[in-house]
Design a binder for this molecule. Structure first.
Ligand SMILES: *Cc1c(COP(=O)(O)O)cnc(C)c1O
Length: 230
């Protein structure tokens, strides 16, 4: 059985290879280890080999693992799951990043609840790039207005855009959806909004995402194995 270390080496090699093949700068794509449903001990193992950024989808899991890993200096917590406005407080207090902003109300609450003694909370707007009704995220048309409003809020810093494309094996379609996010990012930058993060690519499609400009891939299964939900 592959250890978590060999899995991490494998994913790192995939990222490096895809980055080189896209003729992009070495180390311009960072790895977010998506640890949802896996125990704090699995995070500790990856931490011990140098991984620092971890992604969680559920507020309760973030709270528990944050407490269990208090001794791990320099851990960076990314909240990547759907966030209801009544659950923002813990995220504002514990996370370093939130990738799933799709309503002003959630951004406003995070801004108001971010403790003063902490650095600004980094946030990304989630965009529905596939147009599927079941998907979270703003439509591409709504993105500029939301981005402009978020930029006016204190204690949170808009860093970029995030997407989850359609669950398809059609590589052309995936590439189109990733490209849509990158084009949208460039439009916002042209409007004067400074953004440096494109959060796109997961275990099965990180190569395509990197070739379309991803700066951060969110990888769960390829690092930790298949998830089982209770
Ligand atoms: C679970 C999840 C991932 C990781 O997906 P894998 O296919 O396991 O790599 C990435 N992003 C989000 C938003 C997720 O919920």
């Amino acid at each position: 059985m592959a250890t978590i270390f060999t899995a991490w080496q494998g994913v790192s090699a995939r990222i490096a290879k895809a980055t080189a093949r896209s003729q992009r700068e070495l180390n311009c794509v960072s790895l977010l280890a998506v640890s949802k449903t896996f125990p704090a001990s699995a995070i500790r193992e990856l931490y011990s080999i140098g991984q620092r950024a971890f992604g969680e989808n559920y507020v309760q899991e973030l709270i528990e693992k944050h407490a269990a890993l208090k001794d791990c200096n320099g851990l960076i917590w990314h909240f990547i799951g759907p966030l209801q406005s009544n659950k923002t407080r813990s995220v504002a207090e514990l996370a370093d990043w939130v990738h799933s902003i799709d309503r002003l109300k959630v951004a406003e609450r995070l801004s108001a609840q971010r403790p003063e003694h902490l650095a600004d909370l980094n946030v990304c707007i989630q965009v529905n790039v596939s147009g599927e009704a079941s998907k979270s995220g703003v439509t591409p048309d709504e993105c500029l207005v939301l981005a402009t409003k978020i930029c006016q809020l204190p204690r949170i810093q808009l860093r970029g855009l995030m997407c989850i494309p359609e669950a398809t094996h059609d590589l052309t379609q995936l590439a189109q959806q990733f490209k849509l996010l990158r084009d949208l990012q460039n439009q916002l930058i042209a409007e004067g909004i400074s953004l440096d993060t494109l959060s796109m690519g997961m275990s099965s499609d990180l190569e395509i995402a990197i070739s379309e400009g991803s700066t951060l891939v969110r990888v769960g299964t390829a690092l930790f194995g298949a998830r089982t939900y209770l």
